[in-house]
Design a protein around this ligand. Structure first.
Ligand code: FES
Ligand code: FES
Length: 159
C-alpha cells in the first residue's frame, strides 16, 4: 500500500500535482520536487528564516510546514518575485544598497519583507529591524539590509 499523498499546489502562478510522503517538508517539496532552489534551507528548525516563502500571501517558514498542508494553497517563492532581467523593486534596492553579500539569506529576507512593505509602506528603522528580527544574516551586519528596505520604501513613495 502506498504511503504517498496527492498534493496540488499553485506555486508562482503554476499548478503542480505531486504524490509525496506525509512527512515531506514544504521546503524540500519546493527544492527537490519542483526544482525551485531559490528557497534556501539553513537550520530546518524555524530559526534562521532563510526558507521563508509566501503562503497565501503571508510569510511562512517552509521548513515548518508540511507539503501536504499546502494542498490547494498559493505559494510564492523568490523565483516568483522577479527575474534577473526584471528584478522586483525590493531586489533592486538590495542590489543598490549592498544588502547582499553571499546571498544565502537573501531570499528569506525578501519574502519576509514583501508583505511587510505592502502592509507598512513607510516603516521606521525600528519597525524594519523588528520585521527582520526572525531572519539571520552572517555577512552584512544587517545595516545594509535596513538601508535597502528604506531605499525600497523611498522609491515606492516616489513612484
Ligand atoms: S531553514 Fe527554515 S527557518 Fe531555517
Ligand atoms: S548575505 Fe550572507 S548570510 Fe546574509
Amino acid at each position: 500500500m502506498s504511503n504517498l499523498i496527492n498534493v496540488t499546489v499553485n506555486v508562482n502562478g503554476a499548478r503542480y500535482e505531486r504524490a509525496v510522503e506525509a512527512r515531506m517538508l514544504l521546503s524540500d517539496f519546493l527544492r527537490h520536487e519542483l526544482g525551485l532552489t531559490g528557497t534556501h534551507v539553513g537550520c530546518e528548525q524555524g530559526v534562521c528564516g532563510s526558507c521563508t516563502v509566501l503562503f497565501d500571501g503571508q510569510s511562512v517558514r517552509s521548513c515548518l510546514v508540511f507539503a501536504v498542508q499546502a494542498n490547494g494553497h498559493e505559494i510564492t517563492t523568490v523565483e516568483g518575485l522577479g527575474s534577473i532581467d526584471d528584478l522586483h523593486p525590493l531586489q533592486e534596492a538590495f542590489r543598490d544598497a549592498h544588502g547582499v553579500q553571499c546571498g544565502f539569506c537573501t531570499p528569506g529576507f525578501l519574502m519576509t519583507l514583501v508583505p511587510f512593505l505592502e502592509e507598512n509602506p513607510n516603516p521606521t528603522e525600528e519597525e524594519i529591524r523588528e520585521a527582520i528580527s526572525g531572519n539571520l544574516c552572517r555577512c552584512t551586519g544587517y545595516q545594509h539590509i535596513v538601508d535597502a528596505v528604506k531605499l525600497a520604501a523611498e522609491k515606492g513613495r516616489a513612484s
